[in-house]
Every structure is written in C-alpha cells, then in structure tokens.
Design a protein around this ligand. Structure first.
Ligand SMILES: [Mg+2]
Length: 400
C-alpha cells in the first residue's frame, strides 16, 4: 500500500455556520433570541426539524427529527417554517465574504465550505473570516483549521459553537485518538457496532489495529478508516465554480442505422449526464445534442429549458427530441449530450415536491448509490439484459 505523507504545503479550513437557519431567524427576529427555536415543517404535515437553535438542542431536539417528537421534547419551542430561498441568499453573502480571501472554495452544502490557503495562513484568515461574518452578517460561524479535510472537519466540530480551532498532525495522538470512532467519516451506527464488538472504541484503538484486519472486518473501507485514524486524508479541494458544462458522448463500434438503438444510447448518456450534475449539485438550463454522421459531418443542436434540470428523464426527453428533429440521414457515427448554462443546486429536501418528482428522484438516488457501490457496469449490464429480453437486439451494441 502506498504510504501517505502529511501535506504541509497548504492549510485547509472547514467553515460551518452554526445552526444556520435558526441563527438567521434569531438574527432577524430579536424576540426569538435566547429561546428554543425550531425551523422545519409542521407536525400536522409530518414535517421534520431542518435546524434548531442551541437552546432547543438542550432539550434533545436534533436536525431531521420528526417535528412531532421535537415538540414533545420541547413543548415551549417556537416553530417557524423554513424560508429556503432567503437562506440561500444569506449563504451567497457568506460565500462572497469567503471569496475575498481565496478563490479556492469547495461548497459542501448551504452552510458549509472548505477553503484552501498556503501553509501558515489558515489561522489568521479563519479569524478574519469569522470577524467579517459576525460584523457584516451578524451570524455565528465555526471554523476548523488543519492541513487536510479530515482534520479540518473534526477541528470544526470541536470548535462549535461560534469558535475557531486548529487540529494539526502533531496533535493527533493527544487530541484525535481519545475521540470515539464515530467522529470519522464513513463510521455510521453499523460500522461502529462492528468495531465495538472487536473492542475498537476510540480512534486510537482503530489506529492501533492492523489495516488488514480492519479490511477483513469492514471490507475496503477498512483501509481508508485506518488512514483516517492516523489523521491522513488525501481528498483534494475541488472548487465547483469551474464547471461550465458536463457532457458525455460515444462513438459507435460501427456506424448505426437503427434509430431505436441510438435512442437507447441517448438514454444511457442522459443518465450519465444527470448523475454527474447531481454529484456536483448542479442543474442545467441548456441541453445539447451532438451528432456525427458516417461522412464525419458533425452538428450540435441545443434547447434551452424554462427551468434548470438534473433529471435523467428531462435530459433524455430533450436530447431525443433534438435527435428526432435533426437526426435524419443515417448512418450515424457518434452521439453526445452536453448540459450547460449550469446553476448551483443545493439538496433541499424540505421543499414540497410532487409525488412524481419524488419518485423520479428516488430512482435516481438509488441508481447513484448503486453506481457508487458497484460502478457503472452493473447498471449497464442490467439495462442491456433488459433490452435483450424486450427487443431481442442485444447484438446491436457494445459500449464500454
Ligand atoms: Mg452548520
């Protein structure tokens, strides 16, 4: 196994707004300050807690808890519905402040971002960012500083609420190892239980366990967890603002004349494009179709949507409409789909959605998790098989 070294060339900050939605409401409504406040959907509509103030947390109220249960725990809590588009605006104001300090920002969610600085600058920049956010926006923000994402994240958790903390590689033994294994990313309740059964309770226990036996116990993730336990993490900061378009295209193994087969390929490409958009928390307003004919003539045609999308179905519909319209005169040599005019899209599960939207995005989510788990090949194989049974034409196509 490759030995990883600590990267001492950069500082990484994790900035996380404290109880973000609740803090915004308390800022704007002085009468909510110092009181247990819950932002979320109503109990009658089986809503859940989006965020709650630290005062509400003292009663055991937590994010994602059913509102009914939250109110039982803290009957005197003030409950307000979330105003997501407003919080997005405030989030953008926070980002503007961060951008004054560095262009290297990876937005994780509406209230969380990683920032990259040259080594030695992290602490000073973190203090300035906290000060600017407090003075200009009157919001509490916690920042963890270190040399990698893992340690910055853990430092930030320990800084909360409304503080700044560094966790450097040389502090690992003293500060990281006594913590429970659940502080590490990827350690959910099931993994935690498996580890506990082996007497592995703290990060230090994990670090002292040979990686091979962790891999035997947990699979591949055992190796990564061992690296994490040593404070090692080579995940890079990936700024999202550079993505201008996402595209997928394929050249056929031989020129195609069968329209149906091209449509099936378009569906696969649409799913790939949709998957990548969702992965990057983006939506596209423009969908383009690229088509190359057997004489190498190449055309690109696009359509602009009324509403930006990351839906496989919508991408496929638009691409196939373009193909029907402009794809005359086979044989075809190549097809491609490109999504552009991209917009940032945060996962906002609180917004009311139609049942159909819900169902479609569930299918998409399941597919995404399958792909993460097994790779793209499995889904392709399933689809090819399906096509074989359905249309008896599996021999037409092999794209890999
Ligand atoms: Mg937060």
């Amino acid at each position: 196994m490759k030995e990883q070294k600590f990267n001492y060339e950069s500082n990484i900050l994790l900035c996380d707004l404290d109880a973000f939605f609740a803090s915004v409401e308390q800022r704007d409504h002085p009468e909510y300050r110092g009181k247990p406040l819950i932002v979320g959907g109503s109990a009658e509509a089986r809503g859940v807690v989006a965020t709650c103030s630290y005062e509400a947390r003292e009663y055991g109220v937590r994010s994602a808890m059913p509102m009914k249960r939250a109110i039982k725990l803290c009957p005197q809590a003030i409950v307000v519905p979330p105003n997501i588009s407003y919080y997005q605006k405030v989030s953008a104001q926070v980002r503007e402040i961060m951008e004054r300090f560095t262009p290297d920002i990876e937005v994780v969610s509406i209230d969380e971002a990683y920032l990259l600085f040259p080594a030695g600058e992290g602490l000073e920049k973190a203090a300035k960012i906290r000060q600017a956010v407090a003075e200009e926006l009157q919001l509490p923000i916690s920042i963890g500083v270190s040399s990698n994402k893992l340690l910055a994240k853990i430092a930030c958790e320990r800084a909360k609420p409304n503080n700044l903390k560094a966790l450097w590689p040389e502090d690992i033994e003293e500060e990281l190892w006594p913590l429970p294994v659940s502080v590490l990313p990827g350690v959910g309740p099931a993994t935690k239980k498996k580890l506990q059964q082996r007497g592995i309770n703290t990060v230090g226990d994990l670090a002292a366990t040979p990686p091979d036996s962790l891999a035997k116990l947990l699979g591949k993730i055992g190796f990564s967890l061992h690296q994490f336990a040593l404070g090692m993490d080579d995940r890079q900061i990936t700024p999202k603002r550079q993505i201008k378009s996402i595209s997928e295209e394929t050249t056929f193994p031989y020129d195609l004349t069968d329209r149906e087969t091209v449509m099936a390929v378009l569906m696969e490409l649409a799913e790939d494009v949709g998957y990548r958009l969702r992965r990057e928390s983006l939506r596209a307003k423009t969908i383009s179709l690229k088509l190359r004919f057997s004489d190498f003539r190449t055309i690109t045609r696009d359509v602009t949507l009324a509403e930006a999308t990351n839906s496989d179905k919508v991408i496929y519909q638009k691409a196939s409409q373009l193909f029907k319209r402009y794809g005359n005169s086979p044989p075809w040599r190549l097809v491609g789909i490109r999504a552009s005019a991209l917009e940032e899209h945060k996962q906002l599960t609180l917004l009311p959605r139609s049942l159909e939207q819900e169902r479609e995005s569930t299918v998409a989510r399941v597919q995404d998790s399958l792909r993460d788990k097994y790779g793209f090949e499995v889904l392709y194989r399933a689809k090819r098989l399906h096509a074989k049974i359905k249309e008896n034409r599996s021999h037409h196509l092999q794209i890999d």
